[in-house]
Structures are given as C-alpha cells and as structure tokens.
Design a binder for this molecule. Structure first.
Ligand SMILES: [Zn+2]
Length: 439
C-alpha cells in the first residue's frame, strides 16, 4: 500500500511506550509525579520541574479542535495522495494540546471548537498514528479500513492480469524465458500515459518482480511515431477536476517511476520516435537507454510554465553533467537528437536506424544470458552507490552482495570443482570472474 512510502516517526527510548500503546489503540500521556504536570510530546524529563519521575496515564481520547488548516495542494509528494486533508491542533480533556489530523470527515465540516475523538491509523507494522475524528457520528465518512476499503485494496492486488491489460502488452520470451517485454500500446496517442496505462504499468512492473526466469525487462513503445510523450493531456478534463488531475500526475505518475526503479530486474529502455516530457522521465527510471538515431527527445514542461514532475528534475542532474541537464530542462526543446543527447552524456548508446533492431536484440540477448540474481544484485549495489552514499558504505554493500551471490549452490559447486580439478573446468568457466576470484 502507498502508506509505507510516508515517513514514519523515529522511535526513541523515551517514546517507545507511547508508540507501543498507540499500536494497541491507546493514547498515553506522560505525567510528572513531582509537579503533577501532564506532558506532551513524551520527554526524558519534565519541562516544568526537570524531574525524571515520569509515568504514563491513559488519555480519554476526547478533545476539541483548537485550530486547523486544510491542505489542498503544495505538500510533500508522499502526502499528495491524501489531499485534501486537515491538520489541526486539538485540546485534550487532560489539558494537553496535540498537533494531529482530523480524519474520517469532509474537511468542510471541521470547525473550531468541534468535539473530536482519537482514532489510530496504522502506517507501518510497528507504528500507528493518533488522529482525531468528529465525535458526532453523522459527520463521519466511512473509515478507510471499512469493508469497502478492503474490497478495493483486494481488487487492486489481484484484479488485474496481463490478459486484461488494455494499454500495454506484457510478453515473456527469449532464451529460457529470460526477457519480459512491456510495450506501451497506444501508438495513435504517441503512447501517452493515461490513468489506465499508469495502473497497468505499476501492476506489470510489480508482477515481473516475481518472474524468477526473467533477468531483463525491455520497455518499448508500439509503432514508429514515439516511445512515449508523457502524461496524456486528456486527463485534464476540466478545471473542476484540476485537483484530481494534479493528484494523479504527481502521485500515480511517480508510482510508475518507482515501480520501474524498484522492480529488481535490469530494465532496458528501447527508444524510437518522440521521447518527450514524462516519456523521457519514464526512460530515466530505467537502467539502460538504447536509442534509434532518428529519435527526438526533450523535456517540454517549462513551455507550459511547469516543470518535469515524474522525477525529471531529480534524475536528469544525476544522470548527466548538471550544466547540460539544466539546459534540457530550461530550454524546453523537444528536438534534441539522439546523438546530441549521447554527446551530452545522457544515453547508453545510439544505433543507426537501419541497424537499430538487430543491435538492440544483440544487447538484450547478451545481458539476458547472465544469471538473473547477479543482474539484480548488480542493479541494487550500483543504485546504492549512485545515490551518493560514501565510499566505505558503497564498498560494504558491494562486499555483502558478492558474498551473498557466492553462497548460491551452483557457484559453490563450480568453486568446489575448481579446487578439486582446475583442469576440468570449461574454458568459459575459467574466464568467468567467479572462477578467477576464487584463485
Ligand atoms: Zn514536573
């Protein structure tokens, strides 16, 4: 569920009991035995008298709204899916003022002085957050964990199958079924991503994680016109739906990028025709970019007064020299040639148009011939390093990854053979890194 992407509170030794209680549906407040103060948020010592003789009392959970604000826009992306939502300060009967959210009701119904009561929202297996809902049951909406909510969640996990995809094609093939090809299939719309396609892509990239035979995913666009031109502008049906559309763009659109970057396979992007705006951003989430020479690329968002919102401003500067990344984003050009982009340091490789298919197939077949788990580990180790951790951490991650790989029975067997009778090894095994490392 999307809940796990939100930041969760860091537990400290002196707050652990508080969080343990919220998990059990209880709201505890700290009480000073020395001066009789009630204390919130949990502290190591009493802020009134500096005593450390503190204990816990269970709060009634009844409160009134002291003040509140309704968040409509411009929040941390992780919370975009919750919009609109109400942040409030509430006064508990016990004399404590808490910052919290008012939930399970229409934001328009929230008022200063309104009576509210505590509810708990599970945000991780270890943590539930105390929030407040109207005491007046007639103001409450169905809570998120009602039966309806569960039915929707169950459907989204199991309701989709590759046969039912309408906007993408999902095929597994190649030697040993090592290649999964996911094709954006709206060629008449330049393979633009609408809500359906976003949902199908997220499903497909999660599905392929569990395909043990697959080491490589090819992401391609159907037809000759485009790889992808980004979000389908038809998703903005009217101004009234502007907020919904913004939520969709920033939330579900970003989820597509996350599904690609976390799919645990090497994702190879096959780019021909136009690769623009969100289409280029989708490509940036992939591991390798192979491009047909006649392709045209760029980020065009700034021409509409906005900016790339699917990771473009985050990923471009990490994918190429920053002075060139800035030009791409600021210029809004949509006619960068593949060669230009390659010369600027962005792409893996550019192939001439008449050689593109054959060369691309060669690249894919070669990488797909490698052991899937080694590809996956390589992707993870390099991602950690590229994310900018320090050298010692990067080396430790690498060391752990290699140790983990060498525990595999087939690698152990090969090393045993090598130790027993090096001459019996085949030529290719002798050449492999594992064999030479073992010497
Ligand atoms: Zn005290």
């Amino acid at each position: 569920m999307t809940q796990t992407q939100r930041p969760i509170p860091v537990m400290q030794p002196w707050t652990r009991d508080f969080w343990k209680a919220t998990k059990q549906g209880k709201l505890l407040i700290q009480h000073c035995d020395n001066c009789n103060s009630n204390i919130f948020f949990p502290k190591k010592v009493c802020p009134e008298c500096w005593s450390d003789h503190l204990d816990w009392q269970e709060a009634s959970g009844k409160a009134t709204v002291y003040t509140f604000t309704t968040m409509l826009d411009m929040v941390e992306p992780k919370f975009m899916g919750d919009l609109p939502y109400v942040i409030a300060m509430v006064d508990l009967k016990e004399g404590i003022r808490m910052t919290t959210r008012i939930v399970n009701c229409n934001p328009d119904d929230v008022e200063i002085g309104m009576n509210v009561e505590v509810v708990f929202e599970e945000v991780s297996p270890e943590c539930s957050l105390p929030m407040f809902q109207p005491a007046d049951e007639t103001l409450r909406l169905a809570s998120p964990d009602s039966e309806d909510g569960e039915a929707v969640a169950a459907e989204s996990e199991t309701g989709m199958s590759p046969d039912a995809y309408q906007t993408i094609i999902y095929e597994i093939g190649g030697n040993n079924d090592a290649v999964c090809t996911i094709t954006l299939n709206r060629p008449d719309k330049y393979n633009a991503i609408n809500r359906r396609m976003a949902a199908e892509l997220i499903d497909a990239f999660r599905r392929v994680r569990d395909e043990a035979s697959v080491g490589v995913v090819v992401l391609a666009g159907a037809g000759e016109k485009a790889f992808c031109t980004g979000g389908d502008l038809e998703i903005f049906p009217s101004l009234a739906e502007h907020q919904n559309s913004l939520n969709w763009l920033s939330h579900e659109g970003l989820d597509v990028q996350r599904a690609i970057s976390s799919c645990e396979k090497v994702v190879i992007c096959k780019i021909n025709g136009h690769c623009l705006a969100g289409g280029l951003e989708v490509a940036l989430a992939c591991d390798l970019l192979y491009v047909k020479e006649s392709a045209k690329m760029g980020t065009t968002e700034i021409n509409m007064g906005v900016l790339p919102g699917w990771g473009g401003t985050a990923r471009l500067p990490r994918s190429m020299p920053i002075f060139r990344a800035r030009e791409i984003i600021f210029s809004g050009r949509k006619d960068y040639t593949a060669r230009e982009m390659y010369d600027m340091g962005l792409l893996t490789r550019v192939f001439k148009d008449d050689e593109f298919e054959a060369q691309f197939e060669k690249v894919v077949n070669n990488i797909a011939s490698k052991k899937p788990v080694a590809l996956r580990m390589g992707k993870e180790i390099m991602a950690r390093s590229a994310d900018g951790c320090d050298m010692e951490t990067a080396l430790a991650v690498e060391r752990n990854g290699i140790q983990w790989l060498t525990y595999a029975p087939d690698i152990q067997k090969m090393m045993d053979q090598f130790r027993a009778a090096p001459d019996q090894l085949t030529q290719s095994q002798k050449k492999s890194n594992i064999a030479s490392d073992a010497t």
